[in-house]
Design a binder for this molecule. Structure first.
Ligand code: ATP
Ligand code: MG
Length: 387
C-alpha cells in the first residue's frame, strides 16, 4: 500500500486491469453486432435502390480514373473500412473514459487516506490535464490546511506557556507579599524598623508585580495586529536627541555616558514613534541594567538603501552565546540577570521585536569584542502596516 502511495504513476490493480479488458471485449462484441446490422441494412438499401447503386458505381468509376486503381473493389470495402475506423475511435474513447474513472478512483482513495489523519501524505501522481491540476490544487489545499492547524497549535501552546509563566511570575512576589503582610497582621515584629522593613519588602514586591502586569498588557496589546500602528513622518535624529536627553541623568548616576550619531541629518522616515520610543527605551534601560562594568552606551543611525539601520550598543558584561538566540523569547532572562535586583520581567525584547516586525523590520543581537549590540533594520517608508 505504502509503495503504491509513493509511485508518481497510477498503477492499476489486477482487478482494474481485468475490468479494462472486459470493457474492451464487450465493446468489440457490441460494435461487431452493430456493424453487422448496419452493413446488412446498407446492403438491402443499396440493392433495393438501383439508381443508388449506379450512382455509387459512377463515383467509383470517377475515382478509378483519377487514381488508376483496381476497379474490382466494390462499394462494400470502403464502407467496411469506414466502420472499422469508427469502431476503433469508439473503442479508444470507451477505454480511455474507463481509465480516467479508475484514475479518479485512485485520487479519491488517496484523499480518504489523507482525511483519515495522514496529514503528512500528499497525492503523489503526476498527471497531465485537468486531473493533474486537480491533484496540485488538492495538495496545495492540504498544505495550507496543515500549516493553519500547526499555526493554531503553536498559538495554543504559546498561550499555555504564557499562562504558566505569568502565574509563576505572579505567584512568587504574591507569596512574599502575603508572607510579610501576614507577619504584620499577626503583630509578628519587634521594632518599628522591622515593621517598616516588612512593609517595604511587600511594597517593592507589589511594584514588581505591577511591572509584570503592565509589561504583559503591553505585550498582548502590541501583538494584537488589529490595533493599527499610528504611522507618521518624523526625524529620527530629533527622536534620538530627545531620548539621549531623557536618559542623561540616569546614565550619569550609574557612571556611564550616552551618545548618538545619525547620518544624514535630518533623518526623515516614517513609523509609529510612540512604539519605536518604547523599543529604544527598553534597549537603553537594558544597556544600563545589564552592561555591568561598562561605561558607554552608543546609538548609531544611518540610511542604507531603502532602510534605516539603527545600532544600540553598550560595553560591559557580554550576553553568553547560548543566550543570544533566546533573549527575544518572552520571559527569557539570562541566568545572571535573574539573581540581580534588576526587576525586569523578560518581556522587553519580545515587545521590541514585535513592534519592529510590525513595522516590517527586524532586530538582531550580537555580543562580541566587549560590545553588546542590538541592530534594528527598519524600512524608511512605512505607509502601510506589514502585519
Ligand atoms: P523587561 O525589559 O521586561 O523589564 P528584561 O530587561 O529582563 O525585562 P528583556 O529586555 O527582554 O527583559 O531582556 C532579556 C534579557 O536579555 C535580560 O534579562 C538580560 O539578561 C539580557 N540582556 C538584554 N539586553 C542586554 C544587554 N545590553 N547586555 C547584557 N544582557 C542583556
Ligand atoms: Mg528590558
Amino acid at each position: 500500500m505504502k509503495d503504491e502511495k509513493k509511485s508518481t504513476r497510477i498503477i492499476l490493480t489486477s482487478k482494474e486491469k481485468s475490468e479494462l479488458v472486459i470493457e474492451g471485449v464487450v465493446t468489440v462484441i457490441l460494435l461487431i453486432l452493430l456493424n453487422l446490422a448496419m452493413y446488412m441494412i446498407l446492403v438491402q438499401v443499396v440493392e433495393a435502390n438501383q439508381s443508388l447503386e449506379e450512382m455509387i458505381y459512377n463515383i467509383k468509376h470517377a475515382i478509378h480514373n483519377m487514381y488508376d486503381s483496381n476497379l474490382s473493389l466494390s462499394w462494400r470495402i470502403p464502407s467496411l473500412m469506414f466502420m472499422g475506423i469508427a469502431d476503433l475511435i469508439v473503442l479508444y474513447w470507451r477505454l480511455i473514459r474507463r481509465y480516467r474513472q479508475m484514475q479518479q478512483r485512485h485520487i479519491i482513495s488517496e484523499l480518504h487516506y489523507i482525511s483519515n489523519g495522514h496529514y503528512d501524505h500528499r497525492i503523489p501522481f503526476k498527471l497531465g490535464g485537468d486531473l493533474g491540476k486537480l491533484i496540485q490544487s488538492i495538495n496545495a489545499l492540504v498544505d495550507s490546511t496543515v500549516e493553519a492547524i500547526e499555526e493554531e497549535r503553536r498559538i495554543e501552546q504559546s498561550k499555555d506557556e504564557l499562562i504558566t509563566n505569568v502565574s509563576h511570575d505572579i505567584r512568587t512576589p504574591l507569596t512574599s507579599i502575603i508572607g510579610f503582610l501576614g507577619l504584620i497582621e499577626e503583630g509578628n515584629y519587634r521594632t518599628t524598623e522591622e515593621l517598616l522593613k516588612y512593609t517595604h519588602t511587600a511594597y517593592s514586591k507589589a511594584k514588581q508585580m505591577k511591572l509584570l502586569v503592565d509589561d504583559l498588557f503591553e505585550y498582548t496589546r502590541v501583538r494584537q495586529t488589529n490595533t493599527p500602528l499610528n504611522i507618521i513622518h518624523f526625524d529620527m535624529d530629533q527622536l534620538l536627541a530627545q531620548l539621549v536627553v531623557d536618559y542623561e541623568l540616569e546614565t550619569e548616576k550609574s557612571g556611564k555616558t550616552i551618545e548618538y550619531t545619525t547620518t544624514p541629518k535630518p533623518f526623515v522616515m516614517s513609523g509609529d514613534t510612540d512604539k519605536l520610543v518604547r523599543v529604544f527605551d527598553n534597549l537603553i534601560s537594558n544597556a544600563l541594567k545589564y552592561g555591568q562594568g561598562g561605561s558607554k552606551i552608543l546609538i548609531d543611525a544611518k540610511k542604507v538603501k531603502e532602510n534605516a539601520i539603527i545600532i544600540v550598543k553598550n560595553d560591559g558584561t557580554p550576553i553568553p552565546k547560548k543566550s543570544l538566540t533566546h533573549i527575544f523569547d518572552r520571559f527569557y532572562r539570562v541566568e545572571e540577570s535573574r539573581s540581580q535586583h534588576t526587576g525586569g520581567t523578560g518581556l522587553g525584547l519580545a515587545i521590541s521585536q514585535n513592534i519592529i516586525e510590525r513595522h516590517g523590520g527586524s532586530i538582531t543581537a550580537t555580543s562580541e569584542k566587549g560590545w553588546t549590540s542590538f541592530i534594528i533594520k527598519l524600512p524608511l517608508d512605512n505607509d502601510d502596516e506589514k502585519n
